[in-house]
Design a protein. Structure first.
Length: 779
C-alpha cells in the first residue's frame, strides 16, 4: 500500500478538494482577459488572439497549497474556454467546453477555482476549436512548499508555432490535400528526388499502401517562437548562475528538438514532476509536454537554447547571459526519403482505416494484428507478462490475443532475420531482450523513447489492483485528413468507460506515419519504460510512428475527461475520446450538451477549384465532412459543350464511397436550346497506388469507368492524367445499326506548376477539346 501512497499522493489529494475542505487555504487570484488583436509576429499584420494583450499570455504563478481563483474574461465576439493543462482539479473546472465546463460566451467572465495540490511547470490554453494556434496560451508555474532543487533563478520558455493564415483555413487546406505546405517547407519528396536516391522501389511500396511518403508535420509555419519571439535575449543572467529553465511546448502542431549551448544541462523534471536528474543535451519535446532543466550560465559568453521543428523546417533561439554566443548543436533536417527506404525494408503494413465501415464493431485487436510492424506489440506483451501478474481477464478478446502472440512468437523464432525489426523493437521496450537477441538497436524511432525519464520513487500500484486493459490503435488518413482511434473518429465513438479504484492500462499502437502526443486530462499516468517500477508519471506521451507505448493510471477521479492527440489539427480531425467514470453529469452543465464539442470534429469543410484554360473551363465545388460529401462540377468546352454534374457521396470507409446525382448536358453541340438531364449512381474508390476510380451507371443504363492520378514529379511540378470509357449496350438508347454497343473514350493528360498556395499554371491535352493551357485557382 505504501507504493500507492507514494506514487499517487498528488492524485489522492485531489479528492480532498472535492470534499470542499479548502477554507483555510491562502487564496491567489488572477484575472486574465482574452481579446482579438492585430499582431505582427513574422512580417505581416494578421488577426490573432491575445491574453492580457500578449502572446503568449502572462505567467500564472502559484505556490503549492494555495487556492487558485482565476477569472477569465472573454472580450472577443466568439466563444472561448481555458483548460489548465496538467493540473489536478475538480472535473467542472477542467475547461473543456461542453464536456466539463460551460463555454465562456462573448462579453462574459468565468470564474475557475481549485486548490493547488501539486508543484511544477504547467500551462493553460484555449480548448475551443483552433484558438490556441491564434495565441490563447500561457504558462503556469507552481512553487513547491519547500524547495527541492538547487538553483538561483528561473526562466519560463514557452515554445510555439505561428502561422499568418487563419487557422481554420489551414485546416481546410489540409482537408483538401493541398500540396503547397510541403512545397513551401521544402519537405515534399517529389519523384525526381526519390529516383535520384534510388528509392523508387520504396516509393512504390508506399503508393501500393496508399501512402504518399513519410510525412512528419502537416502545416507550414513561417516562424517558430520562444516566448513569442524567433530570437530572444536574456542578458540579465550572470556568469556562474544556475538557472532553472521551465520549458513548455505550446505549439499547435509542432514538436521540437531542443539543444543547449552550455555544458551538461541537467534535466530535473518532466510534465511538472521531478525525475531523477540526468545530464542530457539534445532532447525531443512533444507538443504539450514540459521539461525543466538547470543550466549554469557560462563564465564567458552567452549560451544559446535552440529549438528545431521536428521536420527541420525552422528554428528559434533564446540566449542567456552576455558576450560571445556559445552555440547549441544544429539538428539536421530529417531525411524523409531515407526513412521511407528504411520503412519499406521493414515488414510493415500501412494504411489501417481511419474511418472504418462499421464503427460500432470492436475490431481493435484484429486491426493491431493486421497492420503495423510485424508482430511487434504482441511479442512485447508476451515478454512483459511475467513481470505483471495483473488481471488481464478484463480485456475483451484477451484469449484471441494470447493465441496470436504465441503464433507470432513461433514465427519469430522460425525466421529470425525476417523479424529482426520486430525483435529490435521489443528490445527497445524491454532491455532484457538485449541479451536474448544480441541484435543491433533499431534506429528509426529509438531517439524518441522515454528511457531517460526515471521517477525518484516507485510508481507502481499495489499488487492485486484490478487492471482494465484498453487497446487504442492510432489511425489516420492523410488523403482526407481524418484522424481517429481504432478507425473510429470521436464523432462516431462511445465514451470509454473506466472505473475508480482500479488501474486502466492503455496500449497506444500508432499505425500512422506521424507522431501523436496524447494527452489525458485530469490524471497523471505511468509511461512504461525500461525503468520498470520507476517508470515516470506524465500527462502527455508522444507515440512515434508505427510504435507502441503503454500507459496506466489509477482511477481516483470522477466525471468525464478528455483524452486526445494534442496536435490541434488531429484533434479537430477526430483523434479524441472521452474517458468516463460514468458518474452522473454535473447539473451545472445543463444546456451545454457534449454533442456540441463532438460536432467540432465533424464539421463540413468546403473548397473549390477553377480551371480556366484556353479550350475549356471547369469549376469544381466540394463540401465534405467525415462521411458525407457534396460535389458540383461544371465544365464548359469551347466547342460549346456544357456539362454539369451534382452528386452526393457517402464514405463507407476511407477509400470507398457510393454516390448518386444528376448530370446535365446540352443535347447538341453549339446549341444551348435543349438540355438533357440524366441520373447517375455508382462508386468511387481510391485504389492501391493512389488512383481515383469512378464506376457508374446512368438512367439510360450506360456504364462508365474513369481513372485518374496525379504525381508530383519535381518540386512544384505535378503531372496528371485521366481516362474515361463509356459503354452503351443500347438497353435504352438506339444504337447505330449493326453494332452491339456504342463506346466513347475521353482522356486528358497534363501538367501543373504551383505558383502559390492557391494558384497553379497548367497545360493539358483533352481528347475532345485538344491542347490548352491556363490557370488553376484554388479557393
Ligand atoms: Cu495526432
Amino acid at each position: 500500500m505504501g507504493l500507492l501512497l507514494v506514487s499517487t499522493s498528488i492524485l489522492s489529494q485531489t479528492e480532498k478538494s472535492v470534499e470542499g475542505n479548502v477554507d483555510n487555504l491562502p487564496v491567489k487570484e488572477y484575472t486574465i482577459t482574452i481579446n482579438e488583436a492585430i499582431v505582427n509576429k513574422v512580417g505581416k499584420e494578421v488577426k490573432g488572439m491575445t491574453i492580457n494583450g500578449t502572446i503568449p499570455g502572462p505567467v500564472l504563478e502559484f505556490t503549492e497549497g494555495e487556492y487558485a481563483v482565476i477569472y477569465v474574461k472573454n472580450e472577443m465576439d466568439e466563444e472561448t474556454s481555458i483548460h489548465w493543462h496538467g493540473l489536478l482539479l475538480p472535473n467542472f473546472y477542467d475547461g473543456v467546453p461542453y464536456l466539463t465546463t460551460p463555454p465562456i460566451e462573448p462579453g462574459h467572465t468565468q470564474k475557475y477555482e481549485f486548490a493547488i495540490k501539486q508543484s511544477g511547470t504547467y500551462w493553460y490554453h484555449s480548448h475551443t476549436m483552433l484558438q490556441e494556434q491564434s495565441g490563447v496560451y500561457g504558462s503556469i508555474i507552481i512553487h513547491p512548499k519547500e524547495k527541492t532543487l538547487d538553483y538561483d533563478k528561473e526562466l519560463v520558455l514557452m515554445l510555439s508555432d505561428w502561422t499568418n493564415e487563419n487557422p481554420m483555413d489551414v485546416l481546410r487546406n489540409l482537408k483538401r490535400r493541398n500540396e503547397w505546405y510541403g512545397i513551401r517547407k521544402g519537405t515534399a519528396t517529389p519523384l525526381n528526388q526519390v529516383i535520384k536516391r534510388g528509392a523508387f522501389g520504396a516509393q512504390l511500396n508506399f503508393w501500393r499502401q496508399r501512402m504518399e511518403g513519410a510525412d512528419i508535420a502537416d502545416v507550414y509555419y513561417p516562424a517558430f517562437l520562444i516566448n513569442g519571439k524567433q530570437s530572444i535575449e536574456y542578458p540579465e543572467f550572470k556568469p556562474g548562475e544556475k538557472v532553472r529553465l521551465r520549458i513548455i511546448d505550446g505549439g499547435a502542431s509542432t514538436s521540437f528538438w531542443m539543444t543547449f549551448g552550455s555544458e551538461d544541462p541537467l534535466l530535473v523534471s518532466a510534465d511538472g514532476l521531478d525525475v531523477v536528474p540526468v545530464k542530457k543535451n539534445k532532447t525531443f519535446i512533444g507538443i504539450a509536454e514540459t521539461y525543466d532543466y538547470i543550466v549554469t550560465i557560462p563564465e564567458s559568453g552567452k549560451m544559446e537554447f535552440r529549438i528545431t521543428a521536428q521536420d527541420g523546417s525552422g528554428t528559434a533561439s533564446a540566449f542567456l547571459g552576455t558576450g560571445k554566443v556559445l552555440p547549441a548543436e544544429i539538428v539536421p533536417r530529417p531525411d524523409k526519403i531515407g526513412m521511407m527506404q528504411k520503412m519499406a525494408k521493414m515488414d510493415m503494413k500501412m494504411g489501417a482505416h481511419a474511418l472504418k465501415y462499421r464503427p460500432s464493431k470492436d475490431e481493435s485487436i484484429k486491426m493491431k494484428n493486421e497492420y503495423g510492424m510485424l508482430m511487434k506489440g504482441d511479442a512485447m506483451k508476451t515478454m512483459g507478462q511475467e513481470d505483471s501478474k495483473m488481471d488481464h481477464s478484463k480485456m475483451e478478446g484477451d484469449k484471441k490475443m494470447n493465441d496470436s502472440m504465441e503464433k507470432t512468437m513461433d514465427s519469430t523464432m522460425a525466421g529470425m532475420d525476417h523479424s529482426k525489426m520486430a525483435m529490435d523493437d521489443m528490445k527497445m521496450q524491454d532491455p532484457k531482450m538485449e541479451s536474448m537477441t544480441g541484435m543491433q538497436g533499431m534506429d528509426l524511432n529509438s531517439e524518441y523513447n522515454y528511457d531517460f525519464l526515471k521517477s525518484p520513487e516507485k510508481t507502481t500500484y499495489p499488487k492485486g489492483t484490478p487492471v482494465k486493459e484498453i487497446l487504442l490503435n492510432l489511425t489516420g488518413n492523410m488523403q482526407r485528413y481524418i484522424w481517429s482511434m481504432n478507425g473510429v473518429p470521436l464523432s462516431e465513438s462511445d465514451k470509454i468507460k473506466i472505473e475508480g479504484n482500479q488501474v486502466t492500462r492503455i496500449t497506444l499502437n500508432n499505425l500512422t506515419m506521424m507522431h501523436h502526443p496524447m494527452h489525458l486530462h485530469g490524471h497523471f499516468f505511468r509511461v512504461i519504460n525500461k525503468n520498470g517500477e520507476y517508470s515516470p508519471l506524465k500527462h502527455t506521451v508522444n507515440v512515434p510512428p508505427m510504435q507502441e507505448v503503454t500507459i496506466e493510471f489509477y482511477g481516483n477521479e470522477y466525471g468525464d475527461w478528455f483524452f486526445h492527440c494534442h496536435i490541434l489539427y488531429h484533434l479537430m480531425g477526430g483523434m479524441a475520446r472521452v474517458i468516463s467514470y460514468d458518474t452522473p453529469p454535473d447539473i451545472r452543465m445543463k444546456g451545454f450538451p457534449v454533442s456540441v464539442a463532438v460536432a467540432e470534429t465533424d464539421r463540413f469543410y468546403s473548397w473549390g477549384l477553377l480551371d480556366a484554360s484556353s479550350q475549356s473551363t471547369t469549376m469544381n465545388l466540394v463540401a465534405s465532412n467525415m462521411r458525407n460529401q457534396f460535389n458540383a462540377l461544371v465544365e464548359y468546352g469551347y466547342n460549346e459543350n456544357l456539362e454539369a454534374e451534382f452528386t452526393y457521396e457517402r464514405y463507407l470507409h476511407d477509400y470507398f464511397r457510393v454516390f448518386a446525382g444528376v448530370n446535365i448536358e446540352n443535347k447538341t453541340e453549339d446549341s444551348f436550346n435543349e438540355f438533357k438531364t440524366i441520373a447517375v449512381a455508382g462508386v468511387r474508390f481510391l485504389t492501391p497506388y493512389l488512383f481515383s476510380l469512378d464506376a457508374r451507371i446512368d438512367s439510360e443504363l450506360r456504364t462508365r469507368i474513369g481513372l485518374g492520378r496525379s504525381i508530383m514529379l519535381f518540386p512544384k511540378f505535378a503531372v496528371f492524367g485521366y481516362y474515361e470509357y463509356q459503354l452503351d449496350f443500347g438497353w435504352v438508347n438506339e444504337l447505330p445499326t449493326n453494332k452491339g454497343y456504342a463506346s466513347e473514350t475521353v482522356w486528358n493528360v497534363g501538367a501543373e506548376y504551383f505558383l502559390s498556395k492557391n494558384i497553379s499554371l497548367s497545360g493539358n491535352y483533352e481528347s475532345r477539346f485538344g491542347a490548352g493551357g491556363g490557370l488553376s485557382i484554388r479557393f
